[in-house]
Design a protein around this ligand. Structure first.
Ligand code: TYD
Ligand code: MG
Length: 441
């Protein structure tokens, strides 16, 4: 075996013989990371081809090959996984440091142990004492085997000897194998660790949950490298200043990828949220100025979210436009539309937009709600108390239909928002505003 260093772009996986500041293939800056490859001759099989024909397994209709899943009993997780853990799958749980991956994982372990499974939790990040004290704080009751290890060979040997039925490896970035000369967290280590765990998951038919940190700099091998190796990729999202966490699958070989699980981080760990709209509307004033409710679609679920806007006279210079949880370019377009078509004089008005709860709105369906929140603040009058808004805005102010209208209206009605301003009732944003605020024109 002869080893050689190469440099791999963490964004597009292009290989380069030398390090450089920019990847010559995809043009990304600062994404090249060292990797080690074997350039020696690989041993070839002697004596010609030893390949034998293999009889194909008949899958369709063969009940013997029916999938085996382990339902965890944690509804929000089972939904995202597509009905629980497949018995031989490698699942990657990724997220920012401190978002709650280890907490969620420990709670999953407790659930699995409660179902009578033998569970092993390998942590290279925290000591057994630390994990045990967290388990105590979370008031977990069931027996989970905790092991503090960060060398892969010992982990594999332990799995071989202990024969667990559910395994957690926390995290892939701190695990290292002796077979690979680079340090833990490098692309080659991360890839090798995942490959070995994949083999043991398939060989021994054990579901393995692998934790990975997301890093923005890209100097450590991030979960991008792992995405095509593992069966399922789950992302735990949210921010440290807000309670809620969204669990989303971005890849799933055994289920749909448009499901979202909602949790709230509380003092007793992550709690499942079965009615997310109530969580996002908690603490909303009775009928506030500059506020509009929008039913957004996350996966296959609908949540009601509050959009707030504040407008102020610009004291000097250019008017300020700030958006939190909403795309700033999109906000500028909406302001331009309001200026031109809805008779709102916003060219010397500062506009601030905020999505309550730290949620990010990526859907164009939220355009009308943003426009109405701005109009409400500018005119200093609240919107009708039971009104929600839904619709994408075109550049001449026309309102467009959004997908899954019925489902969204149903959720809005359930939460007491009986009227929803949308393209079914109004043709344009100007028409909507002049009907809600007849005195504005
Ligand atoms: P952790 O699971 O350690 O994050 P990760 O493994 O993703 O790095 O979560 C750490 C945060 O969670 C920490 O800031 C405190 C918070 N937390 C709670 O709010 N409640 C709890 O019951 C626990 C255990 C943690
Ligand atoms: Mg952790």
């Amino acid at each position: 075996m002869k080893l050689k260093s190469i440099y791999v772009c963490t964004a597009c996986s292009a290989q380069h013989p030398k390090w450089g500041g920019q990847c010559s293939r995809c043009g990304a800056w600062n994404t090249l990371a060292e990797d080690v490859v074997n350039v020696g001759k690989t041993e070839t099989r002697r004596g010609g081809s030893a390949a034998l024909p293999v009889k194909p397994a008949v899958v369709v209709g063969d009940l013997r090959l029916k999938e085996k899943r382990q339902v965890t009993g944690m509804g929000e997780l089972d939904r995202v996984l597509g009905g629980g853990f497949m018995e031989d799958s490698l699942v990657l749980l990724a997220g920012d440091p401190g978002i709650g991956k280890s907490t969620l994982t420990l709670q999953i372990c407790d659930k699995m142990a409660g179902l009578g499974k033998k569970v092993l939790y390998f942590s290279g990040e925290e000591s057994v004492g630390q994990i045990a004290s967290r388990a105590n704080r979370l008031k977990l009751k069931n027996e989970v085997g905790l092991i503090n290890l960060n060398d892969l060979e010992s982990i594999l040997a332990t799995i071989e000897a202990e024969r667990p039925e559910f395994v957690v490896v926390d995290s892939v970035q701190v695990m290292a194998s002796d077979e690979i000369p680079s340090q833990a967290g490098s692309i080659s280590q991360v890839r090798y660790v995942a490959e070995q765990l994949m083999q043991i998951a398939k060989g021994k038919k054990i579901p393995i949950l692998l934790i990975g940190h997301v890093n923005k700099e890209g100097n450590l091998a991030g979960p991008q490298v792992l995405t095509h190796l593992v069966d399922t990729v789950l992302f735990l999202e949210g921010d440290n200043f807000h309670q809620f966490r969204l669990l989303r699958s971005t890849k799933n070989r055994f289920g749909a990828v448009d499901e979202v699980g909602v949790f709230a981080m509380e003092s007793g760990g992550l709690k499942e949220v079965s009615n997310p709209s109530a969580l996002f509307l908690e603490g909303r004033a009775k009928n506030p100025i500059g506020s509009c409710i929008v039913p957004i679609l996350e996966g296959t679920r609908v949540f009601l979210v509050e959009v707030q806007a504040l407008t102020n006279y610009t004291q000097f210079g250019y008017p300020k436009r700030t958006a939190s949880g909403f795309d700033l370019n999109r906000l500028n377009i909406i302001i331009a539309i309001l200026n031109r078509y809805a008779n709102m004089k916003l060219d010397s008005t500062d506009v601030y937009v905020n999505v309550v709860g730290g949620l990010k709105l990526n859907e164009p369906a939220a355009d009308l709600a943003v426009a109405l929140a701005i109009a409400s603040s500018k005119l200093k009058k609240p919107l009708p108390a039971t009104m929600a808004a839904l619709g994408e805005l075109g550049l001449s102010g026309e309102l467009r239909q959004v997908p899954q209208m019925e489902k969204r209206l149903k959720e809005a009605e359930k939460m007491g928002f009986k009227k929803t301003a949308s393209a079914t009732k109004f043709r344009s944003v100007q028409e909507t505003i002049s009907l809600i605020y007849p005195q504005s024109n």
